[in-house]
Design a protein. Structure first.
Length: 437
């Protein structure tokens, strides 16, 4: 009865929300490619390729770009531990799919995650035939989990996070929540608080382990191959890496206007200051461009700079990065870094990647999705957390004029990161142990 009621409510919600979902997919582009995989319909070539099962199979679900970045490192470690394993990765968003398509090893299969209808989930299971499933962070869909339980497929949640707000919401669902979470074979939680919250909503205590946050591992220099040289790119627009550079990463609506105002104000004291803005969603480029024009900021788009562009003397004030997968490398040339979705909006973004660049990081008060990480950095003096736009301006000004302060923050961040690496290894060891049982 619980499953039937959930499916009815899910179907109603899907019908009501589908215009919004379709609009977002259209806006982000490439929504037509493999669209019907989302409903469990696959090409004949794919069905033929996966029909005969000759090896153990692992299904990894990574929702979007952030989870895919973590999954890429996890997959490499998993392949080293289980060299004969066939890995099938699914993503939910087209941006996550595009990143995974570009960076996954050739032998890894890539699909879209099915909508949580019983029939589409069954078709996906029939295709993939998984021996075990790895869910990244918080991707918990009831019909997906119930199907795994009915088929005897172990479910492992890695880099798991569960905020107190989410825990309270899940508790309100009563038996539905318990019927989902008690099916998880293993939870590798990011923090002690996450571990306690998973236990509170129904995961047996002996299946929950605090392994740390894999984003610390992802921040390590060896975790990624550098595909862009930001120093060379900036030189092409006559910007020297010795200039003061403010890099604003993963910005959300409302934050770009604040940053442009802060930048214009600080340029009076620091005339060589240069701004790099990297919106969280590339499809917002036009919005950011229009805003920069209204503010009379001389900008250039990242897509306009390439290896064939001759060096120009045009005095640009700002670079708007309208490409994906390059933010990590632009952090490397920063004098100061602001991490977005933290001053305006809710949730925050990953600050570890920014801090690993060796430069001081600033973020706003809204870090609900990264509460444990933010707390660690704040307590260690490894960042600057600001409550307002005016406080952001003062923080950037302090870092620009006080290099000793900047170095102290960066050194503290390095110590925090070094103390927290190893979550990927710990999680895979727990999975191996669980599989042996």
């Amino acid at each position: 009865m619980i499953r039937l009621l959930y499916t009815i409510l899910y179907t109603l919600g899907f019908v009501l929300m589908s215009p919004l979902f379709l609009y977002k997919m259209w806006k982000r582009g490439k929504y037509r490619e493999n669209f019907w995989q989302r409903f469990g319909f696959y090409s004949a070539d794919l069905r033929e390729r996966l029909a005969v099962k000759k090896e153990r199979r692992c299904w990894i679900q990574a929702v979007s770009v952030g989870e895919v970045n973590v999954a890429l490192l996890f997959i490499g470690a998993l392949q080293r531990k289980f060299p004969d394993l066939l890995i099938i990765v699914t993503t939910t968003t087209s941006t996550g799919y595009a990143l995974a398509y570009e960076r996954l090893p050739q032998e890894v299969e890539l699909l879209y995650f099915p909508q949580d209808f019983p029939w589409s989930v069954r078709r996906a299971y029939d295709l993939v035939q998984p021996d075990f499933i790895v869910l990244m962070e918080s991707e918990l869909w009831p019909n997906h989990i119930w199907t795994a339980a009915r088929r005897g497929v172990p479910l492992f949640l890695v880099n798991g996070r569960m905020s107190q707000r989410s825990e309270r919401r899940y508790k309100r669902l009563g038996r539905l929540t318990h019927s989902v979470f008690d099916k998880l074979s293993l939870v590798c939680a990011q923090s002690p608080e996450d571990a306690d919250n998973f236990t509170a909503i129904g995961v047996p205590r002996d299946r929950v382990h605090m392994t740390g946050n894999m984003k610390y591992d992802v921040s390590m220099p060896h975790a990624d191959v550098q595909k862009v040289d930001p120093v060379q790119l900036l030189k092409q627009i006559s910007i020297s890496p010795t200039q003061p550079i403010l890099v604003a990463g993963s910005t959300h609506p409302g934050e770009e206007e604040i940053l442009l105002d802060v930048f214009a104000d600080l340029r009076r004291r620091f005339p060589r200051l240069f701004l790099v803005i990297v919106p969280r969603h590339v499809e917002r480029t036009r919005e950011v461009v229009d805003l920069a024009r209204r503010k009379q900021i001389k900008f250039v788009l990242r897509s306009e700079i390439n290896s064939h562009l001759e060096q120009t003397a045009k005095p640009y004030d700002c670079l708007i990065v309208n490409t994906t997968g390059e933010l990590k490398w632009f952090y490397k040339v920063a004098t100061a870094i602001f991490v977005g979705k933290s001053l305006v909006g809710q949730g925050g973004q990953n600050i570890v990647e920014a801090a690993a660049s060796g430069h001081p990081v600033i973020f706003g008060p809204n870090m609900q999705n990264f509460r444990a990480i933010a707390r660690q950095f704040v307590v260690a003096g490894a960042c600057i957390q600001v409550p307002s736009a005016d406080a952001l301006r003062r923080a950037v000004e302090e870092l620009l004029e006080n290099s000793d302060r900047s170095r102290a923050i960066a050194a503290a961040a390095h110590r925090v990161i070094q103390a927290n690496v190893g979550s990927t290894t710990r999680s895979i060891e727990l999975i191996e142990k669980a599989l042996k049982k």
